[in-house]
Design a protein around this ligand. Structure first.
Ligand SMILES: *[C@@H]1O[C@H](CO)[C@@H](O)[C@H](O)[C@H]1NC(C)=O
Ligand SMILES: *[C@@H]1O[C@H](CO)[C@@H](O)[C@H](O)[C@H]1NC(C)=O
Ligand SMILES: *[C@@H]1O[C@H](CO)[C@@H](O)[C@H](O)[C@H]1NC(C)=O
Ligand SMILES: *[C@@H]1O[C@H](CO)[C@@H](O)[C@H](O)[C@H]1NC(C)=O
Length: 625
């Protein structure tokens, strides 16, 4: 559905328009996709206007006619097509007004009607046009019109087409635009219309696709570099883990400039940019001040940035997270109670108690004559058996010996299973750290990589948990802060009990370099800022290159170039291959509960000793007196 706004009141010098012109206009409007609101600035005789209206309504074009005295910015989100008859007086004025109002760009399309070869236009109606006249297939436009267009902002994102009548029944479609603001006008024939054949367009119907070759026009780009060495190693494979994101984005941007046949002026900045007093720093600042067309390094899509830049394409999937080696199980639990379940512990104790009771009965019977038998002897024997020690007490009779053997057999099974379990538990790691909150409460030290965005996001985190992580763990007041280089951080991860927040892709490269095989096993990650989407390439709001660059980025995505560069720079998580050959060294922390038992035992025995000495002294005194 098309909407026509017919503006005619201000035009003087009415001329006539013939049927062919009208058919041409209608075919042209139908060819344009998506359909647009139509405004016509013509100075035709009323009769011609009526005919246009009639023709359009016959072709199902929705009409609305009213008069305008000057160009207004139509508040619309869709497209608007202006039809301007350049033969009319005041047509130039309209173009200049449109230029000032930035209405020669983006969603405004223009069809300029021109017929330079006919002096008197009334002859159209007379059908006296000499048929034999050679059809000039040149892309000439009148000098006057050309010199005017040259001074207008008909940039790459404009859609200005001159409908030039070259013979009575043939119109040429001539597009004009300027690849750069200061450069000359490019004129290209994109199709023609003739009666009977209708409109035939020889190139793509999409404006941006027709203009993909910039012919070395200049694109101003800006790139974020956080390390001094990066500029020397943009193309080689040295230090791939430094400024990885910048490097892979730069490689992709080079393909884009090659596709567009553009030349590039690259500015360097050291940060993506954050808002300070309404103006932006870094890359965002370059785009906001229109000092660059495109930020060739992608950046996170933040709400505040949406008002100053446009995001056009995602290039690289990147993920930042806390990475750590899960701490040993003994770090979070007393592994000495873990081998048996509660029921097994109770059953074992009960069994030993029952056997001890039987043993006691047997011994009582055996020693019934000698009488030198105490229940503590039996307790000692049982404990000795549990601890795989002997005892001086020996059963002499059949009953006692049977019970003793049974005790030893029971105990050896318990002992074997217990020690086997302990060995396995000593080597196992805990999987109790699953969320950011677990991580915060675990005893692990936390750190983060020292890059601009990492510092920014941690320091501005408003959520209480992340804020606490920042103020208590990563940047505690009065203690050295835990922002460190990627290499340092991962070295500490390797040594254990340390969780490091960084970009995983480059991190995995270092991990595969410095970690031992078994140390690569079981690496765990926890995402801290889940609300991030991947970074996107951004362009300035006013750049005429937005559309063609979006297309170029999609081309490199479709052709696999993007994937190639990402695979080159971003490493996958290293595979764990050496689990079998690992040695686990047992430290104090692993035996801590056992040591505790020993210490308590020693303390008890010393206390008992003191009590004994005291009691002995009391009795001596009593007997002495
Ligand atoms: C139309 O054609 C006739 C002759 O065919 C001629 O006399 C007349 O001047 C023409 N009208 C115009 C406006 O040229
Ligand atoms: C790129 O632009 C230059 C300058 O206009 C031109 O000479 C060259 O042929 C173009 N390259 C391609 C591949 O179109
Ligand atoms: C980068 O170079 C500048 C000047 O050459 C120097 O002051 C700065 O410390 C360097 N930064 C790093 C991270 O090496
Ligand atoms: C923002 O404005 C305040 C007060 O005018 C000033 O002290 C501060 O330095 C400014 N910050 C930046 C980054 O310009």
């Amino acid at each position: 559905m098309l909407l026509l706004v017919l503006a005619s009141a201000f035009m003087v010098c009415p001329v006539a328009a013939d049927l062919d012109t009208l058919s041409f206009i209608i075919d042209f409007l139908r060819f344009q996709r998506p359909p647009a609101l139509v405004s016509a600035f013509v100075c035709w005789k009323q009769e011609s206007e009526r005919r246009l209206t009639l023709q359009l309504s016959r072709n199902h074009v929705f009409l609305s006619t009213h008069s305008l005295d000057r160009l207004r910015v139509t508040p619309t989100t869709g497209y608007v097509t202006f039809i301007l008859d350049t033969r009319c007086e005041g047509a130039i004025g309209i173009l200049q007004q449109a230029n000032e109002l930035q209405m020669l760009r983006r969603q405004y399309r223009w069809l300029l009607l021109q017929s330079s070869h006919f002096a008197t236009l009334s002859s159209y109606e007379n059908k006296t046009f000499p048929q034999a006249m050679a059809r000039p297939r040149s892309d000439d436009i009148t000098d006057e019109l050309e010199s005017i267009l040259e001074h207008l902002n008909i940039l790459l994102d404009s859609d200005v087409i001159i409908g030039k009548r070259v013979s009575e029944k043939v119109f040429l479609l001539l597009e004009v635009y300027k690849p750069r603001a200061s450069g000359g006008l490019v004129k290209k024939i994109i199709g023609e219309w003739s009666e009977g054949h209708g409109l035939r367009v020889t190139t793509s119907a999409v404006v941006a696709v027709r203009r993909m070759n910039l012919h070395k026009a200049l694109i101003r780009a800006v790139m974020v570099v956080t390390d001094n060495g990066t500029l020397n190693h943009l193309d080689d494979d040295v230090d791939k883990h430094v400024d990885t994101y910048t490097k892979t984005n730069y490689a992709q941007f080079k393909y884009v400039t090659e596709i567009l046949n553009a030349s590039v002026e690259m500015a360097i900045t050291n940060t993506w940019g954050y808002s300070a007093n309404g103006s932006w720093t870094g890359l965002t600042g370059f785009l906001q001040r229109e000092e660059a067309d495109i930020g060739s390094t992608g950046m996170f899509v933040l709400k505040q940035r949406l008002s100053v830049v446009n995001f056009i394409a995602a290039t690289t999937r990147t993920r930042s997270a806390f990475l750590f080696r899960p701490p040993p199980l003994s770090f979070v639990m007393n592994i000495f109670t873990l081998p048996f379940s509660r029921a097994v512990w109770l059953a074992s104790v009960a069994l030993i108690a029952v056997i001890s009771f039987l043993l006691y009965s047997a011994f009582r019977w055996e020693y019934r004559e000698k009488g030198a038998m105490n229940w503590t002897d039996v307790v000692l024997l049982s404990l000795g058996a549990v601890c795989q020690q002997g005892s001086t007490l020996e059963a002499q009779g059949i009953t006692g010996r049977t019970v003793t053997i049974m005790l030893y057999i029971v105990v050896i099974f318990l002992y074997t299973s217990y020690s086997a379990c302990i060995v396995a538990l000593l080597q196992s790691t805990t999987d109790s750290i699953q969320t950011l909150e677990d991580l915060y409460h675990s005893g692990l030290t936390l750190g983060a990589v020292d890059v601009v965005y990492s510092r920014h996001f941690f320091s501005t985190a408003s959520d209480p948990l992340r804020h606490a992580i920042y103020t208590q763990k990563i940047n505690p007041s009065g203690k050295p802060s835990n922002f460190m280089s990627l290499h340092q951080g991962l070295e500490r991860v390797r040594r254990g009990l340390f969780a490091f927040h960084h970009e995983l892709g480059p991190g995995y490269k270092i991990i595969s370099d410095i970690f031992l095989e078994e140390e690569k096993c079981g690496l765990q990650t926890i995402t801290c800022f889940v609300d991030f989407v991947d970074p996107w390439i951004s362009v300035s709001k006013q750049t005429p290159f937005k559309e063609i660059m979006s297309i170029a980025y999609r081309i490199i995505h479709e052709r696999g170039l993007q994937e190639r560069e990402n695979l080159r720079y971003y490493h996958k998580k290293p595979k764990c291959e050496g689990l079998g050959s690992s040695f686990v060294s047992v430290g104090i922390v692993d035996c801590y509960p056992a040591l505790l038992v020993l210490v308590y035992g020693l303390m008890c025995s010393v206390t008992v000793l003191l009590l004994e000495i005291l009691t002995y002294k009391r009795f001596q005194n009593n007997f002495g007196s």
